[in-house]
Design a protein around this ligand. Structure first.
Ligand SMILES: [Zn+2]
Length: 217
């Protein structure tokens, strides 16, 4: 994953690699500087040749290791460390200890500045997370935090549990306590109630972009 503090060797020649937002595709891309078009691409970061070449080794399904490999839903394949055609960028949440507010919960204090928490239109969903800006596909938030449990029945509230599957089996992260979790507890599934069933729909460009992020991650 491209890290914001990545000390990539800066390459200012036109053949150098850049991490860009492609606004036509609504996605992150690795691109040579000479192909960047003003208005279509927004440069985020310079990347070294060595770094770009190290990204995107295809992994056969039987060798998948959740610690090292990430699945690309566009290519339907695992890559080490992630797909070069569909790169990922980790957007870090705020450090809750830097927030002085005494009214916010620990989870609310971790909310990135580009997001807001407000009542969801989804039936029974409570609060949801909304983006104030366009977020391209490939931006990764998280990881999800909560109290680690191995018994699903002990999870306090439905809708506040995330199952994590690793090579040792699976466990659950219970985020029902907003002081033992982070802002990801407010994320809702992408669904709309049609009277007799839940379905997918376009809720709005910003919300859709946000959903794409979570699908992609
Ligand atoms: Zn891909």
């Amino acid at each position: 994953m491209v890290e914001p503090e990545d000390n990539a060797e800066k390459q200012h020649n036109s053949n150098g690699w850049r991490l860009v937002i492609d606004f036509e595709e609504g996605a992150l891309k690795f691109m040579k500087q000479k192909y960047i078009i003003n208005g279509t691409h927004q440069e985020i970061q310079s990347l070294s040749d060595k770094f770009v070449k190290s990204i995107g080794k295809p992994i056969e399904d039987e060798y998948f290791d959740s610690e090292k490999h990430i699945y690309c839903g566009f290519c339907n394949k695992y890559y080490e460390p992630f797909c070069r055609e569909h790169p990922l960028f980790h957007y870090y949440e705020k450090n809750p200890t830097n927030e002085e507010s005494t009214t916010l919960t620990a989870a609310e204090k971790t909310l990135p500045r580009v997001l807001s928490i407000r009542p969801s239109k989804l039936p029974g969903a409570g609060n949801g997370v909304f983006s104030k800006i366009f977020i391209p596909s490939g931006v990764v938030f998280g990881p999800y935090e909560g109290v680690k449990l191995f018994n699903a029945e002990k999870c306090a509230k439905e809708g506040y549990t995330w199952e994590v599957v690793d090579k040792f089996g699976s466990y659950f992260l219970d985020s029902s306590d907003p002081n033992q979790s982070n802002w990801l507890r407010y994320i809702n599934c992408t669904r709309l109630w049609y009277g007799d069933k839940f379905g997918f729909d376009v809720i709005g460009q910003k919300e859709k972009a946000l959903q794409n992020v979570f699908h992609a991650s």
